[in-house]
Ligand binder design. Structure first.
Ligand code: MF3
Ligand code: CO
Ligand code: CO
Length: 271
């Protein structure tokens, strides 16, 4: 398997695409309230991407082998939905937790990022899942540096999630990204340290753990796309697009509205 090494100029392009993807989430944030439909969020995002950013919504009509073309511009996955939820006309209600996953294409480069949103007042358990899945993503990101291995990332995420009583979805993973939406490598969110590919400067991939409150098993919902937890327990996901630098990592999908970095990340940055 070959993992593309991006040039500094390539990463300049991906940094722009990444920030724009995150800014779609920033734009949607004030709309994330009881009563809004995911289809209204899809329209807001689509129009913002196409008319304001002049980006292309990568999900729209995306059709990997074996899949029907994805019908919308964003993914909206609610409560026990793990990923790839299709926007529809049902209003969000207080207590829902929602993942919004945005992928834009700018000047041929993809930026891919997702966040969790808590609608109104959620349960303590739901809030804890959202918070700890965010930390799980960052436990993986901070492992990224030249010479580290993909297994180090997966192991760090898995042990953190499982030590907190959660499970990690196995069937979907992070992925290389660039001029293509999904390219090599696969970035598993579980595994053993010191295994799998050695990271090199210029590699760019996503880290996007799906963390379940209950068991890790999944089911396809019947629309050809939406993935849900088999036991109907809550699931949460966060995603960043990350470049391997000469000394560590650069997160390409940060924006003004990105949530604060976990304390252990801030400490490692200021140390
Ligand atoms: N954005 C998702 C990812 O992180 C992929 C969504 S594919 C779609 O890889 F077609 F459902 F949009
Ligand atoms: Co992704
Ligand atoms: Co995504």
């Amino acid at each position: 398997m070959t993992i593309a090494i991006k040039t500094a100029a390539d990463i300049d392009g991906m940094r722009i695409a990444g920030r724009l993807a995150a800014e779609v989430l920033d734009m949607l944030t004030p709309h994330m309230a009881p009563g809004v439909t995911t289809q209204a969020l899809d329209k807001l995002a689509h129009d913002y991407m196409v008319n304001v950013q002049q980006t292309i919504p990568a999900p729209l009509n995306y059709a990997p082998p074996g899949y029907a073309p994805y019908p919308k511009s964003i993914c909206t996955s609610i409560n026990h939905q793990i990923c790839h939820g299709i926007p529809n006309d049902r209003p969000l209600k207080s207590g829902d937790i929602v993942n919004i996953d945005i992928t834009v294409i700018k000047d041929g480069w993809h930026g891919d990022t997702s966040r969790m949103f808590i609608i109104g007042e959620a349960s303590i358990a739901a809030k804890r899942l959202c918070q700890l899945s965010y930390e799980a993503m960052w436990r993986g990101i901070v492992k990224v540096r030249p010479g580290a291995r993909l297994g180090d990332i997966g192991h760090s995420i898995q042990t953190f999630a499982e030590n907190n009583g959660f499970s990690v979805v196995r069937e979907f993973c992070g992925h290389g990204i660039g001029r293509k939406f999904h390219e090599e490598p696969q970035v598993l969110h579980y595994g053993k340290p010191g295994t799998l590919e050695v990271l090199m400067p210029g590699m760019v991939f996503t880290i996007e753990p799906m963390v379940n409150a209950g068991r890790r098993e999944i089911r396809e919902a019947g629309d050809g796309w939406t993935i849900v937890t088999k036991d109907r327990s809550l699931s949460a996901q966060w995603e960043h697009t990350v470049a391997v630098t000469d000394t560590g990592y650069e997160v390409l999908t940060l924006s003004a509205g990105s949530p604060a970095l976990p304390a252990f990340v801030r400490e490692s940055v200021t140390a």
